[in-house]
Design a protein around this ligand. Structure first.
Ligand code: NAP
Ligand code: MG
Length: 495
């Protein structure tokens, strides 16, 4: 059954001014799940106006009270977790258990971010002058533009919106076109939890029609973006030229290093989960295995056997382990990379083609694919594919594994399998990624630790964790002189 959804602007559900819509499709079946407004710059303008107006009063609501709204939203999300997860599997394709995990991250973030309402600590510190008080406090920035990808349709918007709102900002939220429904549920839940009109505004539509005008508008001083590197860098240069604050979370090419003393059973399980969970469409997905020469052949065999045994299907079928790619373009991208890998001389030891038997023919399914004999600098070992394709690279020792890991232009997540505490600690120190795992795959971040990547993955911000307010607040330093006389810092206090 197909439903009709609307933008949420100034506390009201409204269609695009143009009246145009687009369809949300189930990538496993091609079925239309809903119609959404195909908005344009005029709708973005309405949303920014509403957000700017609401900022005047929202910033003055005490932070603990702002946070209570987010806390209540967390409670509502928890009650509706199962329905939200089903809707997510429908519009995005990931299997139901993983969709539940995505919603759970939103619940975790709601409660964690709500706690910040009663912390949001600043610093009080002595002044160098007598009879003078010095402190610094966090203040909201204003209207934040939040632009999110389709692969975590619920969790990623919560990581951005909840801290932004608790900190006293208002927001204009542009979700990915491939996963509009969960964004609508999140906005509705926050409104139901008591968020005043205009504090959160949701505008559906394309990157060029909605994203671009949001990034370009001078009334939006902060942009928080998660998505591809190309789009992120474009946003960063346009917004940067306007002096805006931009937080970027972008691509990854995450590696699992398997040393010669690794537990191969555990490593194989972790590789299969990290590489093919969410059909390889996680920003932290493992897409490279750097295998020590002494375990390489056995590991390739085990991983290939495991990949061939994974069951493809609709994510709502409890027997399914791997769902579809999110859309046709992603499926074709995967096929292109499989051709590129073959042409460069790597060998396909599992998968390597679309899956189209029976009901799979209706969706964007590709078999979990493993390449062996991949050169460390081959395109399939260097470029983000964002699909169920794994490249295994043979390395001669630990040092080479670290070197190959760090040669990537991305730096989100890395993992090492070893029983040697010395090499484990050396890896924790030397792997140049924002997240490092030991004897665990590359995925599975928890929301109370900083999340983000080094080098090409980001621009230095970290979401979640104790850093969660950083992209959404400014520091204000305040000096109060109660001496009753002019005291000149650095001049009148020399002893
Ligand atoms: P994407 O194509 O870059 O899109 C991300 C968002 O940007 C979407 O909402 C998109 O809108 C919008 N957009 C596109 N063009 C725009 C423009 N010119 N101005 C403003 N906004 C624009 O990425 P995706 O395909 O949705 O997601 C996959 C990518 O996200 C992968 O590269 C993955 O690594 C990355 N990712 C990174 C992290 C991380 O934390 N590092 C987490 C998850 C995903 P439309 O949907 O309408 O095109
Ligand atoms: Mg969809």
């Amino acid at each position: 059954m197909s439903h009709s959804f609307q933008n949420f602007i100034g506390g009201r559900w409204v269609p695009a001014r143009s009246g145009r819509t687009f369809a949300n499709l189930d990538p496993a079946t091609g079925e239309t799940l809903g119609e959404f407004p195909a908005s344009g710059p005029e709708d973005v303008n309405d949303a920014i106006e509403a957000a700017a107006k609401a900022f005047a009063s929202w910033r003055l609501v005490p932070a603990p009270k702002r946070a209570e709204v987010v806390f209540r939203a967390g409670e509502i999300i928890r009650q509706r977790k199962a329905d939200l997860a089903r809707a997510m599997t429908g519009e995005m394709g990931k299997v139901l258990a993983e969709a539940g995990g995505d919603v759970q991250e939103g619940i975790d973030m709601a409660f964690y971010a709500a706690g910040e309402g009663r912390r949001m600590h600043g610093v009080t510190t002595p002044s160098e002058m007598p009879d003078k008080w010095a402190m610094s406090v966090r203040v909201p920035i204003g209207v934040t533009g939040v632009i999110t990808p389709w692969n975590f349709p619920f969790a990623i918007p919560t990581w951005k919106l909840m801290p932004a709102l608790v900190a006293g900002n208002t927001a204009v939220f542009k979700p990915a076109t491939d996963t509009p429904e969960l964004a609508g549920h999140l906005a509705a839940i926050l409104a139901e939890a008591g968020l005043p009109a205009g504090v959160l505004n949701l505008v559906y539509g394309s990157g060029s029609q909605v994203g671009d005008p949001l990034v370009a508008d001078p009334r939006v001083p902060a942009i928080s973006f998660t998505g591809s590197t190309d789009v992120g860098l474009g946003i960063s240069s346009r917004a940067g030229a306007l002096g805006k604050r931009v937080a970027l979370e972008m691509g990854g090419k995450n590696a699992i290093l398997v040393l010669d003393d690794a537990d191969l059973t555990l490593a194989t399980e972790a590789i299969l989960w990290s590489a093919f969970g969410t059909t390889g469409q996680r920003c932290t997905a493992c897409s490279r295995v750097l295998a020590h020469q002494r375990v390489h052949d056995e590991l390739v065999q085990r991983v290939a056997d495991g990949a061939r045994a994974l069951r493809l299907g609709h994510g709502l079928d409890p027997a399914t382990q791997v769902g579809p790619l999110v859309n046709r373009a992603q499926l074709e991208r995967v096929e292109d990379y499989v051709r590129i890998g073959r042409a460069a001389g790597a060998s396909v030891v599992a998968g390597g083609e679309r899956a189209s038997e029976g009901a799979l023919a209706k969706g964007h399914f590709h078999r979990p694919t493993v390449f062996a004999g991949v050169a460390a600098d081959a395109r399939i070992a260097v470029e983000e594919i964002f699909g169920p394709v794994l490249a295994v690279v043979k390395v001669k020792d630990f040092a080479e594994a670290v070197r190959v890991n760090n040669a990537s232009s991305f730096g989100l997540s890395a993992s090492i399998f070893t029983r040697d505490v010395q090499r484990a600690f050396a890896a924790m120190r030397d792997l140049e990624t924002g997240i490092v795992y030991v004897n665990h795959g590359t995925t599975g971040a928890e929301i109370h630790l900083p999340f983000g990547g080094m080098r090409g993955t980001g621009n230095g911000h970290r979401e979640a964790g104790p850093t969660l307010l950083d992209p959404f607040t400014e520091w204000k330093s305040v000096y109060v002189d109660f001496s009753g006389r002019l005291q000149r810092a650095q001049i009148d206090n020399q002893i």
